[in-house]
Design a protein around this ligand. Structure first.
Ligand code: 18C
Length: 258
């Protein structure tokens, strides 16, 4: 059963989530709902214009060419299925700042500007420069959430991380050498379990994770569309393959984290 497509997964968090006291909370709540709904929409239901631009094993990446003020802001949607890991593990390594330098190859510097709660952080990142364009930075909140499996109490939960650009009085955009980019990113993960027939204990051979990754990045300033699309084409597949291989490697000798 594919709950990502079933339209039956609630996205309301437990009322006890500590982040719900914060000024950003109404925005987090609405963006998470919107992004999760979008991530759960199959490519066939997304409308016209989606092109498959990268394919490798189970991984498929689609984009739709879109421009705002002459700048390419192509939405991206990627799906992947990776054996041996859970959705909770994938989200844990994607969200945790302590792992980011290990897998994020375009990163130059990362700072946590605010710890809103265990599941919500505000990040400032600078990324490597692509000559001849200006270097980019990005300031965003990041929220990790379990989406309980209420239809099947014994089934694994869905997990998501949503990243969304925000502002910070102490870090206004475009004042130093960097141009600020604006992003919306959603990573949505569903664990699949294929229990051993003989009632033997569950191992990593019995699990896999269906990953959906959606993003829209506005480059924030001049960037030739052809160069930008070439960067997308190279960097997104590299990211998803490297990041998922990292999670497999980090978890292989650890107990399964459902
Ligand atoms: O989602 C991802 N990562 C998260 C945690 O870091 C988070 C942050 C995303 C930042 C994405 C923007 C990165 C800009 C990078 C600039 C390009 C550097 C290339 C250097 C090559 C040596 O959500 C995973 C993100 C995977 C990133 C894929 C690349 C996206 C390219 C976007 C281009 C943005 C404009 C660049 C301007 C230069 C144009 C010529």
């Amino acid at each position: 059963r594919d709950r990502l497509k079933s339209g039956q997964v609630p996205v309301t968090p437990p009322a006890t989530s500590p982040a719900c006291q914060h000024r950003l909370w109404p925005e987090i709540e609405s963006v998470v709902k919107q992004q999760v709904a979008w991530a759960r929409t199959g490519i066939g239901e997304c409308g016209q214009g989606w092109q498959l631009f990268a394919e490798d094993g189970e991984m498929r990446m689609y984009r739709r060419e879109e421009e705002v003020d002459g700048m390419a802001v192509d939405p991206l949607k990627a799906v992947h299925t990776v054996p041996g890991i859970t959705g909770h593990e994938v989200c844990h390594y994607f969200f945790g700042p302590q792992y980011r330098y290990d897998w994020e190859t375009t990163l130059e510097q990362m700072t946590v500007l605010e710890t809103v709660s265990d599941d919500t952080l505000v990040f400032l990142q600078t990324h490597k420069r692509i000559w001849p364009a200006s270097q980019r930075d990005v300031l965003f909140w990041s929220h990790m959430r379990k989406l309980p499996n209420e239809n099947d109490r014994d089934g694994p939960d869905l997990w998501t991380v949503v990243n969304n650009s925000t502002t910070h009085l102490d870090y206004p955009p475009n004042v130093g050498k960097c141009v600020r980019i604006y992003l919306k990113v959603c990573l949505l993960c569903q664990t699949r379990v294929d229990p051993p027939k003989d009632g033997a204990p569950l191992t990593r051979d019995n699990i896999s994770c269906k990953i959906t990754y959606c993003s829209v990045v506005n480059p924030g300033g001049w960037a030739p569309a052809s160069v930008l699309r070439a960067v997308y084409k190279r960097e997104y597949p590299k990211f998803l393959k490297r990041f998922t291989a990292y999670v497999v490697n980090q978890t292989k000798n650890k107990p399964i984290m459902f």
